[in-house]
Design a protein around this ligand. Structure first.
Ligand code: IPE
Ligand code: IPE
Ligand code: MG
Length: 238
């Protein structure tokens, strides 16, 4: 298999479900928070790798609607980690010309998180090389229900509704659908992520736990994607 990324066949948008922090820590006899803290290193290296490889959009599933049901202590620790990571990594985003965006029910996040996110989004809004989208308090079903509610509140008629119009009511309205969805930790499921947008995404699963994931693993996933044939329901080219 070709081990070099073909720059003519790059996915524009890669989505990643960053899973396995807790199990990674447990293997080392540490608590779950140790795993989450180490997950931040993986985020930084993956983002820098994505810029290096020429990816235009990367979405990271960082906290799901369902994750609110975890023990309060873990949820609080994750929110604190989010604030400190955004604060520390704003420079990385500026140095790499990365624009930050979020998807999800951001109003449910603690005020300190919302404030830190707003500041970083504002500071990086003119950046052009890549867009980093953090999915926070996000679920695909929530997003679809939210779109339906907003359509009902608009003047759109039933006849006007189409896939293109519907997409305009999703939180990813200005973002192309991900060609590639990566999930770490050996779990083979979607867990309510981007249900509309992944209709034709290529799925890539790796057994690596998220804190061990690095830019080389992203490269491997991109090359694997480039060796697939995307048929979109048609017959193959031969
Ligand atoms: C992913 O790791 C991070 C979040 C979902 C916030 P987990 O915390 O799910 O780790 P595992 O899956 O329990 O190992
Ligand atoms: C999915 O991971 C959500 C994120 C990575 C943020 P989970 O660990 O929450 O998913 P399940 O519960 O194993 O499906
Ligand atoms: Mg998990």
């Amino acid at each position: 298999m070709n081990q070099i990324i073909n720059t003519l066949k790059l996915p524009k948008h890669i989505a990643i479900t960053m899973d396995g922090n807790g199990r990674w820590a447990k293997e080392k006899g540490k608590n779950r928070l140790f795993g989450h803290n180490n997950g931040v290193k993986a985020v930084r290296d993956t983002i820098e790798g994505a810029v290096e490889y020429g990816i235009k959009y990367i979405t990271l599933f960082a906290f799901s609607t369902e994750n609110w049901n975890r023990p309060k202590q873990e949820v609080n620790a994750l929110m604190t980690l989010l604030v400190s990571s955004i604060h520390k990594e704003t420079k990385t985003l500026l140095d790499n010309d990365i624009k930050l965006q979020t998807i999800g029910n951001i109003s449910k996040l603690p005020n300190r998180c919302q404030k830190e996110l707003c500041e970083c989004i504002d500071i990086t809004k003119e950046n052009k090389s890549m867009t980093l989208i953090l999915a926070l308090s996000y679920s695909g079903k929530w997003e679809i229900i939210n779109a339906v509610k907003n359509i009902i509140d608009s003047n759109i008629t039933k006849e006007e509704i189409s896939e293109e119009i519907f997409k305009q009511y999703l939180t990813t309205k200005n973002v192309p659908d991900p060609e590639l969805l990566i999930r770490t930790s050996g779990e083979h499921r979607i867990s309510n992520f981007m249900l509309w947008q992944i209709a034709y995404s290529e799925l890539y699963f790796t057994d690596k736990m998220w804190p061990d994931f690095r830019r080389e693993d992203l490269k491997k996933a991109i090359i694997n994607y480039q060796n697939r044939e995307r048929r979109f329901g048609k017959t193959n080219k031969e």
